[in-house]
Design a protein around this ligand. Structure first.
Ligand code: CMP
Length: 143
């Protein structure tokens, strides 16, 4: 990751995305946009692990419901790599609330509501680093 402007970000296909069988479609969108998948695995978070991942939201009224949902079935976690990939992934995902997401984005096309919104993506370089570390060791990320 030597090139200037190259970034990594964490992407999660949430339990609703896995249940709806859109893993392939989400990955296709990333790859078609020229984003490289540098790491990928499927896992089923415990409630405790979901709470750890979303710890910054623990005071929010939706924390319990969000972490129940995130531990309700398998997820796919990925490290995405590319030029300006944090913002580009957020553009591909669309707004958190699918009702507000631009047409054609992942969330506008596939998500049911603000909680069941198919994908997660890091929002800044610092959170990307923390979130990637939550799921992957450096050895699991392919340069
Ligand atoms: P995500 O990008 O994974 O980051 C935090 C998640 O909390 C968000 O996507 C939504 O799934 C969820 N979320 C955010 N706001 C709300 C809300 N008002 N009600 C329910 N869930 C929310």
């Amino acid at each position: 990751m030597q090139q200037q402007g190259m970034q990594r970000t964490l992407s999660i296909i949430k339990p609703d995305g896995v249940r709806k069988k859109v893993i392939g479609e989400v990955v296709r969108r990333f790859e078609s946009a020229g984003i490289r998948i540098a790491a990928m695995k499927m896992l089923h978070l415990s409630k405790r692990e979901a709470e750890g991942f979303y710890a910054v939201h623990r005071e929010r009224p939706f924390f319990g419901s969000l972490t129940d949902f995130m531990s309700s079935g398998p997820i796919v976690v990925m490290v995405l790599e590319g030029e300006n990939v944090i913002a580009r992934n957020r553009e591909l995902m669309g707004a958190t609330d699918p009702k507000k997401a631009d047409a054609g984005t992942i969330r506008a096309s596939m998500a049911d509501n603000i909680e069941h919104n198919i994908v997660h993506g890091s929002d800044a370089p610092e959170t990307a680093a923390t979130e990637i570390r939550y799921f992957f060791s450096e050895l699991e990320i392919v340069s």
